[in-house]
Design a protein around this ligand. Structure first.
Ligand code: BGC
Length: 270
């Protein structure tokens, strides 16, 4: 079965039809620059153009780089501030007659990695991170997503981590891989101390260059690159739209605790 996935980012909007049984793109994706200013109407038009490019009229899953509550954007760190309290689902729904489902971009990438990629069959606490224009995070316990974590905004050295450790910051400041890896290590160590994850997956634009920095990270937790790399958002958006997030592929389960033995009144076991 195919569902269309669109990944809306602060700098680019990418889309492709997705084979949701395989977790792969059913056609090569297209990417267009995010309109600037990234106003709701302009983004909706660009998303419609991306979907139209494929002649797609069916259901669409779309990511967005913000906290989303009931389809409404609650933050706007890397998009126009007018998005705050804008109904993203309704804005996109107006131009996508086949129906649209929306989800935070990092949450979508995490769902894709937990279903088909680096987090497949991994239980315990898994932290997905995406290093791009900002830093996105998605937290899973035994395959179950805790949506809308915003750990990219954790304050490190007096400012939000994403201001200094995102992929965009590396490019903007022309940092060496070594220097950037130091910042990422500091950030991930802070998260590690708070969450004690069993696995950290590194995704986003930076995941394509994992060989340049992964070995330089100095943290205790096992770190792996995202396997779906930069397509994780598109695939996750489509999976979420298909309702697949409710049934992740056989994640490891927490061992069931036995209920405590109950004693009959009087205190003696029968
Ligand atoms: C946003 C998150 C988003 C992340 C990655 C952050 O600035 O607050 O919602 O997931 O960027 O795009």
């Amino acid at each position: 079965m195919q569902v269309f996935g669109v990944d809306i980012g602060g700098t680019g909007i990418k889309g492709a039809p997705v084979d949701i049984d395989e977790g792969t793109l059913a056609a090569p994706r297209i990417r267009v620059p995010t309109p600037q200013p990234s106003l709701p109407g302009a983004i909706a038009k660009t998303v419609a153009d991306v979907v139209d490019h494929f002649g797609w009229t069916g259901p669409v899953g779309a990511t967005f780089p913000a906290v989303l509550k009931d389809g409404i954007a609650k933050t706007a760190a890397n998009v126009d501030p007018s998005w705050v309290d804008t109904d993203l689902a309704a804005t996109l729904g107006a131009v996508l007659p086949g129906g649209v489902t929306v989800i935070n971009d990092a949450d979508a990438a995490g769902i894709a990695e937990m279903t088909f990629g680096a987090g497949r069959d991994v239980g315990g606490v898994v932290l997905m991170t995406t290093f791009g224009t900002g830093i996105g995070t998605a937290l899973f316990l035994h395959g179950q997503l805790l949506a809308n974590t915003e750990f990219g905004h954790l304050e490190i050295g007096g400012s939000a981590a994403e201001a200094s450790a995102s992929e965009a910051a590396r490019e903007r400041e022309d940092l060496s891989w070594e220097k950037w890896a130091k910042r990422v290590s500091r950030y991930l160590s802070a998260l590690e101390a708070l969450l004690w994850p069993d696995l950290i997956i590194i995704g986003g634009g930076a995941s394509r260059k994992a060989d340049r920095f992964l070995d330089r990270l100095e943290i205790r937790t096992k770190v792996v690159p995202a396997q779906l790399q930069n397509n994780a958002g598109i695939v996750g958006a489509a999976l979420f739209a298909a309702g697949d997030q409710a049934r992740p592929k056989a994640p490891a389960r927490a061992p069931r605790r036995r209920p405590p033995a109950t004693r009959p009144p009087g205190g003696r076991r029968p």
